[in-house]
Design a protein around this ligand. Structure first.
Ligand code: SF4
Length: 226
């Protein structure tokens, strides 16, 4: 079944519509009824008017511990395709998986991002707290920086944000690392979307996913303990 999601914000007087699955006739009807809006994003969000992807977030200061930083590609807000509701999205830089047909190859090299203060990232997310329903972390590959990711996740969870993580690794392969950082990250993750992107399975992949092999796993650690 084709789905269109309407997110209504009475306080802000705003309607956000996720209509990527809508056929052209219905999209035209929506435009007619609600007026032509502005495109917030798509599966490959556009950059804001000539801004650097991470212009709003400072680089790591010299005095800060290197453990308190992460290679960041960019942050964007009000995404409706990267998890439930409206998401603030932290897109990290660096991916060692390199799936064929990856639609964000520009994030593969860490050097395409910047080593960025985790506190500054959390501050940026906080600034938009009235405009999102949670935070999604994707890449690149978040679990290529597990210690930094752990700090980021713990800081965000301390503020009670709903957290989604995308990983090209499966849950099983993450658990097989037997890493304390990975376990702590997964214990605080509300939704893990796992598995490498597979170009041949990209058609009708399902909600929030790039290809249909990827799974939506709620509370990945607690689920496995049952
Ligand atoms: S894991 Fe994600 S970022 Fe990395 S190559 Fe695959 S689709 Fe691209």
């Amino acid at each position: 079944m084709r789905e269109i999601v309407f997110i209504i914000e009475p306080d802000a007087g705003r309607v956000t519509i996720e209509s990527s699955q809508a056929d052209a006739r219905i999209a035209k009807e929506i435009n007619k009824d609600l007026g032509t809006g502005s495109v917030v994003n798509c599966a490959r969000p556009k950059l804001e008017h000539g801004k650097s992807p991470i212009e709003s977030v400072g680089e790591k200061s010299e005095t800060e511990s290197p453990d308190e930083s992460i290679y960041l590609y960019r942050i964007y807000h009000r995404s409706t395709v990267d998890g439930p509701g409206r998401r603030s999205v932290v897109q990290v830089a660096g991916c060692s998986i390199r799936c064929a047909g990856c639609y964000v190859p520009e994030t593969h090299e860490r050097t395409n991002g910047k080593l960025t203060s985790i506190s500054d990232i959390v501050e940026e997310v906080d600034k938009k707290s009235g405009e999102h329903d949670g935070v999604s972390i994707l890449g690149g590959e978040p679990f290529d920086q597990p210690e930094s990711l752990q700090i980021l996740i713990e800081k965000l969870k301390a503020k009670n944000y709903h957290l989604v993580i995308y990983s090209g690794y499966t849950l099983e392969s993450l658990l097989a690392r037997e890493s304390e950082s990975v376990k702590r990250i997964l214990a605080k993750t509300d939704l893990l979307i796992d598995g490498a992107f597979m170009r041949e399975l990209a058609g009708r992949a399902g909600e929030y996913r790039g290809s249909s092999n990827q799974r939506l796993i709620l509370h990945p650690i607690s689920r496995r303990k049952k």
